[in-house]
Design a protein. Structure first.
Length: 178
């Protein structure tokens, strides 16, 4: 009886290892971005599956982002949590960019500070303009300067650009790597 269980367990575990071991050894497609210019700051960039990227089609303004789910032939499949999967042909893409998670977290954390700081700055300016004396006193002084002090430093994450790779400066290619 124990031999039967051990034999069954051994057979199933070896089948599991062979099946998923072969899957793990399958080559992973990688998008390689090679610079076309002689700029020393530009080095080869590799985009792997699971990375957060955004793409922009040629001649269209909106950027579409998501996790790079799969690469099929010359098509990229991005997974977005709200809009689902979207497929983009590599030839129609004019721009590929990387989304840094810490950068996104910084923008999310700074958003309320920028919003409230801007509101206070506008209230301060409005109360200054409504003041018949035209002096920076009372609420307009507090609102205006505290609003600028809040919104100014909090807006720094919005100044930092994301990494973008335009088609004219970068060559896009798909390579399967082990």
């Amino acid at each position: 009886m124990i031999r039967t269980y051990l034999a069954t367990f051994g057979l199933l575990s070896s089948l599991f290892l062979v099946t998923f071991g072969a899957y793990a050894q399958a080559p992973e497609p990688v998008i390689i971005l090679t610079p076309l210019t002689d700029n020393p700051k530009h080095t080869e960039v590799q985009l792997h599956l699971g990375e957060r990227v955004f793409v922009q089609r040629g001649g269209q303004k909106p950027r579409h982002g998501g996790k790079l789910k799969a690469v099929v032939d010359d098509d990229l499949i991005l997974q977005h949590p709200l809009w689902g999967e979207r497929t983009y042909s590599l030839e129609e893409i004019a721009l590929i960019g990387q989304k840094n998670t810490l950068h996104t977290i910084g923008r999310v954390a700074a958003f309320p500070w920028v919003t409230w700081g801007s509101l206070l700055a506008v209230l301060g300016l409005g109360s200054y303009l409504a003041n018949p004396d035209g002096e920076w006193v009372g609420f307009n002084l507090i609102y205006g300067f505290i609003g600028v002090a809040m919104a100014g430093p909090a807006s720094i994450p919005f100044w930092i650009p994301r990494k973008k790779y335009a088609r004219g400066e970068w060559d896009y290619s798909i390579v399967s790597q082990m």
